[in-house]
Design a protein. Structure first.
Length: 319
């Protein structure tokens, strides 16, 4: 019967199932012809399914692309990891309740109990090893009952659901920090390799790039649980880089327009004056003399928002 289905009908069914890749995979297994139409010859369909399922953000570098060489198996792999994360959270919830001796009808944990017992659980370590691959799933679970839920609706969720959301939020925060440490190590390795290749000296262009990457990592490491759970952008890095690019393009326009008026190429000092006028004149960036020791002066997103910072962040902005 499946072999008699017109291709446009198959496509319509697939679009209906685009938000449920598991059902899409089961539908494709009904016949060889359907498997060819849906899996072998329809990579675009699975790329759309990936974007629909994991559209909020991605911590792994390969997730930041919009397409994959083998999207069907990529989807199955990510789906399997999410399913395993779901199983782990359910086991952790049951075991943690048991270890804390929480009654089945409990609505809250007594302050004398120590929820930190979960961190010694063998399954907790397995969950963290899944790393950024399950970040989207953890974010969805943490959103269910935690931050932003009105007090009037809190009673709608069982104790198990709220405990599971809490564990998801803590796992998300721990994985986020671990990913930052991995990136930190990668940047340090680039620095060391360049220093070794150049007799202990770092190329100026690479030094500027690494300094910016370090600054972006500091922003990532300072994200609060609330920001991690509710953010919908790919990453804070992308937002900062976009705003830096906007500033850079504005400065380039100023330089290009000035050169057009003078009919010549500007010298280095002339370009510096124009950049200064734009950043510290028109945009009004300045040192935060009133609150110099505030840690947020080291965060590029705060500096871009408040137009105030300290020498190191203003220098990174300038570079």
């Amino acid at each position: 019967m499946s072999q008699t289905l017109p291709s446009d009908v198959v496509e319509h069914i697939c679009q209906f199932l685009i938000n449920d890749g598991a059902s899409l995979a089961r539908f494709s297994s009904c016949s060889r012809d359907l498997y060819r139409q849906i899996v072998i010859d329809n990579a675009a369909l699975w790329n759309r399914a990936i974007q629909y399922q994991w559209s909020t953000r991605a911590l792994q570098a390969d997730d930041e692309t919009s397409s994959h060489s083998d999207p069907y198996h990529y989807y199955i792999q990510r789906y399997s990891m999410d399913h395993r994360a779901k199983e782990i959270l359910e086991h952790l919830t049951v075991d943690l309740k048991r270890s804390l001796r929480v009654p089945e009808d409990a609505q809250r944990i007594d302050g004398n109990h120590h929820v930190g017992q979960a961190w010694d659980h063998v399954l907790w370590k397995e969950l963290l090893l899944l790393r950024g691959n399950v970040a989207d799933y953890l974010q969805q679970q943490a959103r269910i009952t935690i931050l932003g839920t009105p007090a009037s609706n809190a009673a709608c969720f069982s104790f198990d659901e709220r405990l599971r959301s809490f564990l998801a939020a803590r796992a998300l925060q721990t994985i986020q920090f671990a990913e930052c440490l991995y990136d930190w190590k990668r940047i340090q390795e680039l620095y060391d390799a360049d220093a070794e290749a150049n007799n202990g000296r770092i190329r100026s262009d690479l030094n500027i790039q690494l300094l910016e990457q370090y600054a972006l990592l500091v922003d990532e490491m300072q994200l609060t649980p609330d920001q991690l759970i509710h953010r919908d952008c790919p990453s804070i890095k992308a937002s900062i880089i976009h705003r830096l690019d906007v500033l850079a393009k504005a400065c380039q326009v100023q330089i290009r327009d000035r050169e057009a008026v003078l009919c010549r190429t500007l010298g280095v000092l002339e370009k510096i004056h124009l950049i200064n006028d734009h950043l510290f004149g028109k945009e009004e960036f300045r040192g935060n003399n009133e609150d110099y020791y505030n840690y947020r002066n080291s965060l590029l997103d705060y500096v871009l928002e408040s137009k105030k910072g300290i020498p190191i962040t203003l220098a990174i902005l300038y570079s």
